[in-house]
Design a protein around this ligand. Sequence first.
Ligand code: MN
Length: 621
Amino acid sequence: MSRPNFERLSKKNRGFAKSDRPIVGHIPTIALTPVVDGRTGAYEPNQEQTWAMVQRVYDLITSKVKLPDGTPVNVVVAPEMVYGPRTAAVAQKYYAGQGVSANIWISRSWAYSDELMGAIMGVGSTEWHQAAYGLNQTDRPGAVWLKAFTAAMDEKKRPIFSIYNPDLEDETKGIPPFVEKKLLRFARCATAAAEMRGKNYLSIGSVSMGIIGSDVRRNLMQNYLGMGTASFDMVGLKGRLDNGFYDHEEADKAFRFMKKKFKFDYEYGSYDMERPMPSDDLLKTCVKMTMIVRDLMQGNPRLANKAVGKKQGFKADIEHAQGFNAIASGTQGQRQWTDLYPNFDMAESMLCSSFDWNGYRAPMIVATENDSKNGIGMLIANLLSGMPQLFADIRTNWTPESIKKATGVDVSKICANGLIDKRNSGSGSLDYAVDVMKLVKGSKNMTIQEIAEEIRSSKAIQKKLMDEAIDATTYTGADLIYFPGDGLSSSYRTPGGIPMTSYRYNVVGDQLTCSVVEGETVELPKKVADHISKVTNESWPETYWMPRDMTSFEYMDKIGPNHDANSFGLIGADMITLNAMLRIPVDMHNVPKEDIFRPTMWDRFGGDDFRACSELGPLYK
Ligand code: MN
């Protein structure tokens, strides 16, 4: 350890510290810990094949588990196989230096559970997520170790995920698909949990229109998600607009891009009222608001740069340039801001999309109406799927009978169990204007994470995605009755037949719960879709969706509040696993039984999620 140079530190000018990712933080790191029977004569013949098992798991996780920006999760392995307290301490010392937050124990043989338990006391902490993978073989019965070990962990109330293939494994054939699925699910969820940890939710404004379900509950965010919260009064946003505290060069570029690329309808929602500002000014203001929200979340070195400030006419400020290191945010908007100024529809729709005027990039999470419970769901679903997320209002439940009555069209073959009109009040990630599955060859047989990776790694697909999203979107003047300060709503219709998962976090007292329901988007006959749109609000983004094995009414009846959020792909099973990791019980889901993967402790409570979660309490409390 070398002594810090205090002399230099005390004289050094502060600056905008460089970061290779927009949000500063440690890359989530998973440890792989081989365990083995330490007896001489048992250890040696196991050595090669145990490491071969570890290598297979390493290759699988490093190639498949990535953050939404494409950064692969970091995987480290123990310096030597663990077979007792001292070898475990060697691993723990190394892991502490690497910032590990999850661990997979791997064994192809019996290993001493008691002595390993001695090791457990040192390896990991109550915050870590742990799994154990035991080989299914007869001469090396990994099951014996696995069962002894997970039972010991249950006794210690240290939740552990158990991984074991139903059929005997052939070690020459690689990891069986059953085991692969569980390893990836564990790794993906542990990565998501670690990525959120220590980041912030930025609350821009306070509660929108008295919707208490949206309220930012700061202790709950900290206790359940390990996240901080920051509160930014909207007057600060107005100040940045008035003082020109944004990159003017980028604002010009963004204005030209938006004006040239998108279709606009500035007349919608006028009701013979005069629009508050000329259309170009409206677009310019919306673009600046978009940049300011992003700068508040991620910071912007240009705002700390005195030369840039001097040239562009704003006062550079290092403190304000830092932003809030916010991995998710929400904008209040209604009503005080939107009564006077343009709404946040463009800011939310552009930031939540996978592109902007600077090109393709990882989507951001910005919740409408500062609905933080939807914001955390969007963050979690984004981390799990790698895809942008769609904020929605649960607008109307339409049964085939209602549709027949209103339009004369029989849709019972398309959506026998009805549909939900998901139509947010003006903003939606523009990716949802596109059937992203169709952009990727072979997507029918791919997981949503694999589809996300295909898009991330192909410039051609990205270009197609951006072109199609822009083509399918019209930015429409706000309904001036709702939004006297005007605004530009992202208006589009989501194509049908796309697998889509809906989710919602709820709070009951001081208990967080989650609802997650898989389904797909519905392609309605144009006449029907146009009718629903016309009788609701044509300027808002519309997504018709039906749950699987459930009527739309059941969904409508049982979901918590007026908002849910949605992800491309079927991610219900992942959300169930991640919620178990965070000790958040799932109050409603339609995930098949065989896909539910939770720590063994849940089985000891008869599968009662609420009981297991309350026994353990929030992960970070
Ligand atoms: Mn709403």
